[in-house]
Design a protein around this ligand. Structure first.
Ligand SMILES: C[S@@+](CC[C@H](N)C(=O)[O-])C[C@H]1O[C@@H](n2cnc3c(N)ncnc32)[C@H](O)[C@@H]1O
Length: 266
């Protein structure tokens, strides 16, 4: 999968997720705000000399944002998309880029179902995932979070983002009209009481699935290659899924919430 495939995306997919001109970030990320975002939410920890796993780190732009705070040799990126892993290796030869060849309709349609996460042979002080669990269902998120927690050092911390449907994006971007929530983008469906009360829901292209149980798990469902799969969880639901986690609203003008689990959390 590469940027050349963008033309294959359905019109619905483009409409729901991003302006067409910026859609390609969904395959090759140009985001450079990850370090500032996690640095603020984690309370400006010492990064130097500590090992970082950027799960779903794409081409590794985290390293641009972290500057001298993170040595490239202490940085690992694990991602489903073989094209971005290849690109990351070229761009940051001292860092470690690992292809996670697990099936995912959106990012790795030729992958293997149920593949466990690669054991990198190190324990990580920071495991970060920006805009990654926004593309899996509840079941796979719980499974992957469990696996990642086992990869933490004794005082390690896992921080990952999620999309809270009621967050007003104008708080992060004042150019947006007040009340710019995900619900607003759902059109008339936003008035549906079941949508408003949902603890979580998934949008596949323009199709909405409210609390779909296990039916949309990438590891058992077959999706269309390159479809857009986007999941949304309320902050309250995340608290109930991950007891001991702290849940934080967006910072650094981002619009994703953050769930933080310290190794000492229950
Ligand atoms: C929206 S991009 C975000 C990229 C990067 N974290 C950033 O902030 O710019 C989502 C990335 O997560 C990867 N991804 C999605 N699901 C994943 C999974 N289950 N395991 C590993 N990587 C995954 C995708 O291949 C893609 O590179």
């Amino acid at each position: 999968m590469s940027l050349q495939d963008v033309h294959q995306l359905s019109d619905d997919a483009r409409k729901v997720f991003a302006p067409t001109s910026s859609f390609s970030w969904n395959l090759v990320s140009t985001r450079q705000t990850q370090f500032a975002y996690f640095d603020e939410l984690l309370g400006r920890p010492v990064w130097k000399g500590r090992k970082v796993l950027d799960f779903g780190g794409n081409v590794g732009t985290f390293l641009e944002s972290s500057g001298k705070n993170v040595d490239h040799k202490d940085y690992w990126c694990i991602d489903l998309n073989p094209a971005v892993i290849a690109q990351g290796r070229l761009r940051y030869p001292r860092a470690h880029f690992v292809h996670f060849n697990r099936y995912n309709s959106q990012y790795n349609p030729h992958g293997v179902r149920h593949l466990p996460i690669h054991d990198c042979g190190v324990k990580f002080d920071f495991i970060l995932a920006f805009s990654v669990f926004t593309h899996v269902d509840e079941k796979e998120m719980i499974e992957l979070v469990g696996s990642l927690r086992r990869m933490l050092s004794t005082d390690g911390v896992l921080a990952f983002t999620f999309l809270e449907p009621s967050f007003d994006r104008s708080l992060s971007d004042p150019r947006l009209p007040r009340g710019s929530t995900v619900f607003l983008n759902l059109g008339p469906r936003r008035n549906n009481e079941a949508v408003r009360r949902a603890r979580w829901f998934v949008l596949i292209d323009d199709q909405l699935y409210i609390q779909p149980g296990d039916t949309l798990c990438h590891q058992t469902r077959t999706g269309k290659p390159l479809e857009s799969f986007c999941s949304f969880f309320t902050a309250e639901h995340m608290r109930s899924l991950f007891p001991g986690a702290t849940i934080h609203p967006p910072v650094q003008r981002e619009w994703q919430h953050c769930c933080i689990l310290r190794n000492s959390s229950p």
